[in-house]
Design a protein around this ligand. Structure first.
Ligand SMILES: *[C@@H]1O[C@H](CO)[C@@H](O)[C@H](O)[C@H]1NC(C)=O
Ligand SMILES: *[C@@H]1O[C@H](CO)[C@@H](O)[C@H](O)[C@H]1NC(C)=O
Ligand SMILES: *[C@@H]1O[C@H](CO)[C@@H](O)[C@H](O)[C@H]1NC(C)=O
Ligand SMILES: *[C@@H]1O[C@H](CO)[C@@H](O)[C@H](O)[C@H]1NC(C)=O
Length: 317
């Protein structure tokens, strides 16, 4: 149950957030928001961090095993900290398993090797350290000064888990939307488009689950699923630092499709196109530090790959 004082902060934030959200993207493109130059391969390798996070989270929460348990030797690195089964129903569990396995197919496995084949990657693929403890997710509320009592346990029920995990496919989709224009080569473009479209569908499935539960509360709190999507959208806004690129399930009419609807199952910009994000925005959000060179959050030791190390070396926070 949220305390009274934190409810006030919560309501203030909702009010404070709405005017920002009614403007189309208020923040002009700044160097902080620009893509990092890199080769096709470096861009896909950056994405692999997101793919590995998604596959590990989805598989460990649904069936209790990770990438290497299913495809030994595919990735190399420490096991995620705090991975655990989520309390899911059969239908949801099956979806997370399916989408997690698909994430492995995309990155590469002994059966598919899609990305690994096209990019001529050597396996095992280095895997970043992941912190997926409930505390790691709960601390995200600090970014918007909201204190939930007790702190949220994202594994405790379907609604909480989907509220948190919907960002795994959404971020992958947003990343490919950002790099697509600069990917060269027929096969590489086909790969990027195929991945983005698959992950867009995964995002749609999860947002649709959230929408079915829109008005139900997220136990043990009195706030609804809609309220939580509003909070998580504020977190990514705050941490990403590049304007509104995520939206709650209910929006004011100026933000709805054709400005005629307040339902908003799929977040999209004023032209109903996916909001693209660039490398450093993901780092700021996933590190939970709002600083692309200060690892923490879900990636306590940062990302793997050249683009990330280049960002570090050039202090591109
Ligand atoms: C949270 O509180 C800190 C300290 O009072 C303040 O600097 C910051 O702007 C607040 N953040 C938000 C999102 O309100
Ligand atoms: C949630 O509540 C709103 C407002 O009462 C209503 O318009 C909407 O249809 C409800 N959504 C669902 C999925 O029940
Ligand atoms: C949840 O959202 C509804 C509709 O946007 C709002 O009226 C209500 O005050 C919010 N609840 C909390 C606890 O913030
Ligand atoms: C980002 O983090 C790095 C490493 O901790 C630090 O040196 C730098 O000052 C931070 N940048 C900003 C803008 O806070």
């Amino acid at each position: 149950m949220a305390t009274r004082s934190c409810l006030c902060v919560f309501l203030l934030l909702l009010v404070a957030f709405q005017p920002t959200m009614t403007m189309a993207n208020p923040v002009l493109p700044s160097p902080r928001c620009s893509p990092v130059p890199g080769s096709n391969k470096e861009k896909f390798l950056f994405a692999l961090n997101l793919h590995i996070y998604k596959a590990e989270l989805f598989l460990r929460s649904s069936v209790g095993c990770g990438i290497n348990d299913i495809s030994p030797g595919l990735v190399k690195g420490p096991a995620p900290i705090g991975a655990t089964l989520a309390d899911l129903d059969k239908r949801t569990r099956n979806f997370f398993e399916e989408s997690g396995l698909a994430g492995m197919d995309i990155s590469g496995s002994d059966r598919s090797m899609a990305m690994a084949n096209i990019l001529l990657l050597k396996t095992p693929i280095p895997m970043p350290l992941l912190d997926v403890r409930p505390q790691a997710y709960a601390k995200y509320f600090d970014a918007i000064n909201v204190t939930l009592k007790p702190p949220i346990n994202v594994y405790a029920d379907v609604n909480s888990f989907v509220v948190a995990s919907v960002y795994a496919p959404y971020h992958i989709n947003q990343y490919y939307a950002g790099i697509m224009p600069s990917i060269s080569g027929h096969r590489e473009r086909e790969l990027a488009a195929g991945i983005a479209l698959y992950e867009a569908a995964s995002y749609g499935v999860l947002r649709s689950l959230l929408n079915d539960a829109a008005n139900s509360t997220v136990p043990p709190y009195t706030s609804t699923v809609v309220n939580f999507t509003s909070l998580t959208a504020q977190m990514t806004y705050q941490l990403g630092g590049c304007g509104v690129k995520d939206e709650p399930l209910i929006v004011p009419p100026p933000l709805g499709a054709e400005k005629r609807t307040t339902t908003n199952v799929i977040a999209a910009d004023a032209n109903s196109l996916v909001y693209a994000r660039t490398e450093r925005e993901f780092l700021r959000i996933l590190f939970r530090t709002g600083n692309a060179t200060r690892p923490g959050g879900l990636f306590p030791c940062g990302f793997e790959g050249k683009l990330y190390h280049w960002i570090l070396a050039l202090k591109q926070s």
